[in-house]
Design a protein around this ligand. Structure first.
Ligand code: UD1
Length: 369
């Protein structure tokens, strides 16, 4: 029985690593499932892709669809037609997609149209914000998913509300946290640590890549100034996403306290996060990692598809108005940030659960159309 594991963009790689590890463990124990790792090529920079494979011990992809850059529709179309061709030439029994990137949605559509069942890891989460491409990807993917692997009770409730029966929902936890817990003792101090004068708890980490925050130069410049003012001269380490780099190139100046660095490999990035005073971000996945590491997180968005990082964890939604940063950072400097706890099932064993369930499901084909 062959399972296609799909990965395309950076946030997918930490989500597939523990699933692959669990597949290998089951195979060694005599399990019947085999997998084929398919990289769509959506992220192709070594800094956005290859480095993650190397550090997380993910094997070379069996197939690379090499779609590269493009508009949302161009990438979606290219991934769909190339994956469809692959499935026609060499069929599979299940398409396993993770997260919410363009590759997730495109492969789910191509597979389901060829009657290959789809399993979605991190299913059911919703921001309610249709201006985010990821929200469209989540909704479309979940509309045509057979088996839903979820990270939270909120996700389970969202799926039930949309009519999915409990027999197709599997609350298994968070594979991104499997990867974090598996690597927490081998995080690596980046080479630039001393050169940039960083000290534990005495710097901030910033990541920004959402179109709403970075695509317009004026707003982006205002945001950077507000961050610099609110962080009181402490160094602000900013690993720059390729999308953000384009806007940065056109800015006249970046505040002095900013330390611009390349996108960081997994172990270095999470070392920076673990030892930061706080993280300021517009990412979703990072809010889960800060929650587990107990690091304060200020999210520059109006909504989140991961509400447990706010209700249980260390995350707070600040909004996209730069003026909102000052009061939040004052609270942080006053030592009044919440401590936070860890959401249910985020225990490092999600990959195993998923593969165990897939063995049962594919054995009986329960729930397919
Ligand atoms: C994608 C995901 C987003 C995820 C983010 C993390 C979608 C819709 N969005 O957004 O959910 O949080 O990745 O990184 O799938 N580029 C490079 N090198 C690369 C990849 C991209 O230079 O390896 C450039 C592209 O040419 C493009 C820009 O970066 O100009 C954006 O890349 P794209 O994959 O379209 O979406 P992201 O904004 O990275």
């Amino acid at each position: 029985l062959m399972v296609d594991i799909i990965a395309g963009a950076r946030p997918n790689f930490m989500k597939i690593a523990p699933i692959i590890c669990a597949f290998e463990a089951r195979k060694a124990a005599g399990g019947v499932l085999r997998y084929r790792l398919i990289h769509t090529g959506q992220h192709y920079d070594p800094r956005m892709s290859g480095e993650f494979f190397r550090q997380l011990g993910i094997p070379e992809p069996d197939v690379n669809l090499e779609v590269g850059s493009g508009t949302q529709a161009e990438q979606t179309g290219a991934i769909m037609s190339r994956y469809e061709r692959l499935l026609l030439e060499s069929p599979s029994d299940l398409c396993l997609v993770v997260g919410d990137v363009t590759s997730t949605m495109a492969c789910a559509i191509a597979a389901q149209k060829l009657h290959v069942p789809v399993a979605h890891v991190e299913a059911g989460i919703r921001s309610g914000d249709w201006t985010m491409p990821e929200e469209i990807n989540r909704m479309v993917t979940d509309a045509i998913t057979n088996w839903f692997f979820t990270t939270s009770e909120v996700a389970n409730a969202n799926l039930r509300k949309s009519g999915v029966g409990d027999d197709r929902i599997f609350f298994v936890g968070n594979t991104m946290i499997d990867t974090l817990l598996a690597n927490i003792d081998r995080l690596q101090k980046p080479d630039f640590w001393d050169g940039l004068g960083l000290q534990e708890g005495e710097y901030f980490v910033v990541t920004l890549h959402r179109p709403a925050n970075v695509d317009k130069g004026d707003g982006f410049a205002r945001l950077l100034r507000a961050i610099a003012e609110g962080t009181r001269g402490l160094p602000v380490v900013f690993p720059v996403h390729p999308r953000t780099a384009k806007t940065l190139r056109d800015l006249n100046e970046v505040p002095d306290s900013f330390r611009l660095v390349d996108p960081q490999p997994y172990l270095e990035f999470n070392y920076l996060v673990k030892n930061a005073k706080a993280v300021i971000t517009d990412s979703g996945g990072i809010t889960e990692e800060t929650t587990v590491m107990g690091v304060p997180c200020l999210t520059l968005r109006d909504s989140t598809e991961r509400p447990e990082t706010v209700t249980t964890g260390t995350n707070e939604l600040i909004g996209t108005d730069p003026a909102a940063l000052a009061p939040a950072l004052e609270k942080l400097f006053a030592g009044q940030w919440k401590k936070g706890g860890i959401p249910a099932m985020w225990d490092g064993r999600t990959g195993e659960r998923i593969v165990g369930i897939l063995e049962e499901l594919l054995g009986s084909k329960r729930g397919t159309n």
